[in-house]
Design a protein. Structure first.
Length: 149
């Protein structure tokens, strides 16, 4: 297992609490597969909404997987009813606060995240919503498979 994060502070905190894990500075824009090899699973939690180049990110996740491997990717959920409720309750600015340094720069739907993952070669892309009731879920989780040869 390898943990990679572009935040020196994040890696420092993780090393303090989990000194036995292999943790490194890096990002989805690096050639992580060359540095760490491939894995049967890649877990990326609440990252894709912070990425400027989503195709580079998706290609990196894909390259880290062994054939037949599974990617698990979570991102905040944005559906019509949730977005409408945020707007009607005047919570939109708080929710997507543009003053948040290094905050969310992309909002994903099942359709757009699914299209991105399929575009780079993933198959069997499916989704689950988590946190709260489904229409107001906090996050959605994409589960996608790298085809076996």
């Amino acid at each position: 297992m390898v943990g990679v994060d572009p935040s020196e502070q994040g890696i420092s905190v993780a090393r303090k609490h989990f000194p036995h894990l292999r943790l490194a500075l890096g990002s989805a824009y690096d050639d992580l597969a060359a540095a760490y090899g491939t894995f049967p699973a890649v877990i990326s939690l609440e990252v894709v909404e912070h990425i400027y180049s989503p195709r580079d990110y998706a290609r990196t996740v894909y390259s880290l997987l062994q054939p037949g491997g599974t990617a698990i990717i979570s991102t905040p959920y944005h559906g019509y009813l949730k977005n409408l409720l945020l707007a009607l309750t005047n919570q939109w600015d708080h929710h997507i606060n543009p003053l948040w340094d290094n905050g969310h720069i992309k909002m994903w739907s099942r359709r757009t995240l699914g299209a991105l993952l399929r575009e780079v070669g993933f198959a069997r892309v499916r989704f689950a919503r988590v946190g709260r009731v489904p229409a107001l879920a906090k996050s959605m989780i994409a589960i996608a498979e790298k085809p076996a040869p």
